[in-house]
Design a protein around this ligand. Structure first.
Ligand SMILES: Nc1ncnc2c1ncn2[C@@H]1O[C@H](COP(=O)(O)OP(=O)(O)OP(=O)(O)O)[C@@H](O)[C@H]1O
Length: 342
């Protein structure tokens, strides 16, 4: 449904997006995550036909992104919803339906359905008097007036209270169930984890990881084992020292000591050290890395420069360390991942 190949967007000699490639399947919720300034909004604006790429090919629903037909198939939700303060939700949404030439009876039905589903009351209230959550819902309803196949949402749930956030995320899942294709950006990784089928992680203009959330977690995060021992406090120092060499961080937690290790062999080392210190292993828990742990690891890696003039040249860095694998692959990964991130 969406194909992006070799996308690059520069402003002067600054590269906002560098060599971006990805595709989004029909009926998929696809997430773009990354820290501030990573290039998420720029990518989404290119998809929505609001910003022209400097280089590369972008196709949405079979049309190039500068084709007016593509815009008819797409609903865009900008990061900030620019609403006309004096209008009411109904007048505002009808105005946009009109711009898309939606027949008025169809528009009425569609708008009612969207506002009902989004549980937006006060449909005759001035937009200027509405809360941020209500305005966001109106903006989401606006993205649907032309019944698009593809929805491009920039931070749809940012700055909303937990109830409104859940309702927006649930609504996104329903769009998928209705066969829509959704691309959205987010800072909040929980939002991404709870909704997206696949994601790309962007950092400093580049895609640095991609795949399913679980796939990324498996490749970039490490499962750790938390081993609890009942060594007496007086012998704790001995245990900590004994485990410093295999680099198994150990600390006192309540009436136990907890040692964090990467594998079952290391658990045996803890067992031996605990026995030496007069105790034994009383509990072992595995800890999966959260997407947040993984994200911090990935975006913490050094990146090549973003300026094309004078400074670091960005072009040559493409696929420097990408494994070129298929599906759950990753590309443009900086050559040196940091040592054992916690
Ligand atoms: N019109 C523009 N002119 C110059 N630089 C721009 C322009 N638009 C974006 N940039 C720069 O491109 C980079 C990427 O911006 P973008 O808004 O795409 O990032 P983002 O990942 O969406 O960030 P955020 O999470 O803060 O919204 C930023 O450094 C930004 O300052």
């Amino acid at each position: 449904m969406i194909e992006v190949a070799g996308l690059r967007k520069t402003y002067g000699d600054f590269a906002a997006v560098v060599d971006s490639d990805f595709s989004v399947e029909e009926g998929e919720v696809f997430g773009i995550v990354g820290p501030n300034g990573a290039g998420k909004t720029t990518t989404l604006k290119v998809l929505a036909g609001l910003v022209d790429p400097t280089e590369g090919d972008v196709e949405v629903a079979g049309f190039p992104s500068d084709d007016p037909e593509m815009r008819r198939r797409l609903g865009f939700l900008p990061e900030e919803s620019p609403l006309y303060e004096e209008m009411t939700p109904l007048s505002y949404l009808n105005f946009f339906a009109d711009l898309y030439d939606v027949p008025s009876e169809v528009a009425d039905e569609r708008i009612e359905a969207a506002l009902d589903r989004l549980e937006l009351d006060h449909r005759d209230r001035r937009l200027g008097d509405m809360s941020k959550g209500m305005k966001r819902k109106v903006a989401i309803a606006r993205s649907l007036v032309n019944d698009p196949d593809v929805l491009v949402y920039d931070e749809p749930a940012s700055g909303l209270d937990p109830v409104t956030t859940n309702s927006v995320l649930e609504f996104t899942r329903e769009l998928r169930a209705a066969g829509k294709t959704v691309v959205f950006s987010a800072h909040n990784l929980y939002h991404v984890e709870s909704v997206c089928d696949r994601v790309v992680v962007m950092n400093e203009g580049r895609i640095v990881a991609r795949g399913s959330v679980d796939g990324i977690r498996e490749r970039h995060g490490e499962t750790t084992y938390h081993v609890f021992t009942d060594v007496a406090p007086a012998a704790g120092e001995r245990l900590i020292e004994a485990l410093a060499d295999p680099d198994a961080p150990t600390e006192e937690v309540g009436d136990r000591f907890r040692t964090v290790v990467p594998d079952m062999d290391a658990v045996e080392a803890v067992r031996a050290a605990a026995a030496e210190a007069g105790g034994e292993v009383v509990d072992i828990r595995t800890r999966e890395p959260s997407l947040e742990d993984v994200f911090l690891d990935i975006v913490g890696r050094p990146m090549p420069g973003r300026y094309t003039g004078g400074g670091g040249a960005v072009d040559e860095t493409r696929d420097t360390a990408g494994d070129g694998g298929e599906g759950d692959d990753e590309r443009n990964r900086p050559a040196e991942p940091p040592e054992g991130a916690e």
